[in-house]
Design a protein around this ligand. Sequence first.
Ligand SMILES: CC(C)=CCC/C(C)=C/CC/C(C)=C/CC/C(C)=C/COP(=O)(O)OP(=O)(O)O
Ligand SMILES: O=P(O)(O)OC[C@@H](O)CO
Ligand SMILES: [Mg+2]
Length: 234
Amino acid sequence: MNFLNTLQTAQKENKKLTAVLVDPDKISVADVENICHRINNAPIDYIFLGGSTVCENQTEIIAKEVQKHTTKSLILFPGDYSHLTNYADGVLFLNLISGDNPEYLIHQQIKAVPFLSKSDLEIIPTGYILIDGGTETSTIKVSKTKPICQQKKEHIVNTAIASQYMGQKVLYLEAGSGANIPVGKDVVNAVFNSVNIPIILGGGIRTLKKINEIHKAGATLVVIGTAFELNKIF
Ligand SMILES: CC(C)=CCC/C(C)=C/CC/C(C)=C/CC/C(C)=C/COP(=O)(O)OP(=O)(O)O
Ligand SMILES: O=P(O)(O)OC[C@@H](O)CO
Ligand SMILES: [Mg+2]
């Protein structure tokens, strides 16, 4: 089953999923076997591959190596259209809906078309919502957009509903890699009660207890990056 179907089924059946985020810019080819070994032996459903800034070809180099060492699905999480590669199963086709920078609302998406129209990657239309996690993350800097304050719950919910009205198939609630404060369970729950598309959530999640809490609040897929990189989990 493809990524979107798996998420939709999991949402219906109240099954919970986990992904590890691998940032191609923070590792070398020599690290991949060990990373995949840890992932293969942990309760992880997906590998996300991406970063806000990635050196030329590094995503493809790492993706090729990852595919040699795991059978788990590899989903691209691109900060830029130039990070695309066919050595993966799918791509989060991100729309940075919390911000007002046209580059990340439409221009990046158009620039991705010449590659994607010739590719077999599963394209996953994703409403990407940045929520303030107490730090100025790379995504904020690169996208030159402001995250939504956690207290503005109604605005977050309305952004999520608008995203669904516009046809996005999944939502990604993002506090940013290395966030001090993850998206709160009350925020997740408010969004969960207002939309019927699956919720992916990431940023600042470091423990199994927290993963469980966020799953219970309504996220279908929780993403762990920094804590995995630092060997703090799995
Ligand atoms: C549609 C296509 C092909 C690309 C999407 C382009 C868009 C809209 C990107 C959204 C903005 C952006 C820069 C997203 C990057 C998200 C991401 C992969 C974050 C991972 O964490 P890092 O920001 O690399 O964290 P570190 O600072 O820890 O490296
Ligand atoms: O590195 P962390 O804080 O786990 O964040 C993961 C991911 O949501 C970043 O896009
Ligand atoms: Mg990065």
